[in-house]
Design a protein around this ligand. Structure first.
Ligand code: C5P
Length: 233
């Protein structure tokens, strides 16, 4: 899954189908998030898989360990390539998530499991005021990354601005999957910490997630090709 991951933030399968049809059969990496999954159910994953796209199922699980383990058994059966949890659910919850995936994977190869550190829409001030965290944003992200690694997960979702430090701390095999990506000509929307695909690559992202820069572009295929070109440069 090293192509830019396109966030399919749509409500209906019809919208997804129309969007994917523009790529004329090219095999893509896509992200199915809460919006699409909760509106359409697991069948949406099967339909997208039939078109040969790699799927990151971004449901950000966060509950007691036993519940997360059981949920992951179900998600593994869908045959997706990557899933995630919130690192703030704790080490025991993350270990339980990994166990659930191992139990549920029928192919013998479990999906990659990554954890959200701090959402890229969260600023340091929000984090300190709302979560009563006294540390800096970077300290919090590095702490969660370390916890994630110790729980045996494959990497984290983080801002590209933190990717290099995470790579130094947790090694280059530990994934740094980074949303908050914008082409230089785009608006930031609700993302606080944004960078271009080229910058993300140069400052240590292992994978990028791109939504509105592609899905809301006048020409999504051209926007995707621009992202791909910058990412591979
Ligand atoms: O449209 P945009 O490029 O901002 O989309 C980013 C995608 O990545 C959204 O689907 C959002 O839910 C997701 N995401 C994020 N920040 C995280 C984790 C996931 O923006 N920390």
């Amino acid at each position: 899954m090293n192509k830019p991951i396109i966030a399919l933030d749509f409500q209906t399968y019809q919208e997804v189908e129309a969007f994917l049809a523009q790529f004329s059969g090219e095999s893509l990496s896509v992200k199915v998030g809460m919006e699409l999954f909760y509106s359409n159910g697991p069948a949406i994953v099967e339909k997208i898989k039939q078109q040969n796209h790699a799927i990151f199922l971004d449901l950000k699980l966060h509950d007691i360990p036993n519940t997360v383990k059981s949920a992951m058994i179900g998600l593994a059966k869908l045959g997706v390539d990557m899933v995630n949890v919130h690192a703030s659910g704790g080490k025991k919850m993350m270990e339980a998530a990994r166990e659930g995936l191992e139990i549920g994977s029928t192919s013998g190869k479990r999906p990659k499991l990554i954890a959200v550190t701090q959402l890229t829409s969260t600023s340091e001030t929000d984090m300190q005021k709302e979560q009563l965290v006294k540390a800096s944003l970077l300290e919090s992200v590095l702490h969660y990354s370390d916890l994630t690694k110790r729980a045996g997960l494959d990497g984290v979702v983080c801002s590209a601005l933190e990717a290099e430090e995470i790579k130094l701390q947790n090694g280059s095999d530990f994934l740094r999957v980074t949303p908050g990506i914008r082409l230089a000509s785009d608006a930031a929307d609700d993302q606080i910490r944004v960078v271009t695909p080229k910058k993300a690559r140069s400052i240590g992202s292992s994978n990028i997630v791109v939504g509105r820069s592609i899905t809301r572009a006048n020409d999504p295929v051209a926007a995707y090709n621009q992202v791909l070109k910058e990412w591979n440069a």
